[in-house]
Design a protein around this ligand. Sequence first.
Ligand SMILES: Nc1ncnc2c1ncn2[C@@H]1O[C@H](COP(=O)(O)OP(=O)(O)OP(=O)(O)O)[C@@H](O)[C@H]1O
Ligand SMILES: [Mg+2]
Length: 141
Amino acid sequence: MEENTLLLNFIIERGNFLTAGNASSKIKKILQSIGLENSLIRKISIATYEAEMNLVIHSLGGNIKAYIDENKVTIEVEDTGPGIKDIDLAMTEGYSTATNEIREMGFGAGMGLPNIKRCSDEFQISSTMDVGTKIKMVFNY
Ligand SMILES: Nc1ncnc2c1ncn2[C@@H]1O[C@H](COP(=O)(O)OP(=O)(O)OP(=O)(O)O)[C@@H](O)[C@H]1O
Ligand SMILES: [Mg+2]
């Protein structure tokens, strides 16, 4: 962590659709308050929201850390959960294991992970079956 990093940490609960989206909207407000460019805030918000919803929907819960530096924002997302067996497949546009119930709520288009990758300047994902999944995304100013 750099000298002047602002670190924010949010706990994400699985299956809690009442609080789902709160972490990404809080991060968005803080980025607005420090005066980041709107187009960058938009990308960070979309990517963080998609990662947050994946934790709510697909994992057993986890946390999102945002590191705000002078020249970049880094978002680290970590969960405990089933993990992802085939990451290439999960990264494919349109691939989703979401149930019908989740699809009826408007999720499950299989666009979350591809969108995160598209929005970020750096993207890393790693997953261990029956342990969990980690995502790191970096957005440069
Ligand atoms: N944190 C996670 N833990 C376990 N599986 C995950 C996780 N994130 C994604 N996946 C798997 O990868 C698939 C693709 O994820 P992606 O976010 O692209 O689409 P989705 O969540 O199914 O739909 P959308 O994001 O468009 O609502 C998911 O359907 C799920 O099988
Ligand atoms: Mg998703």
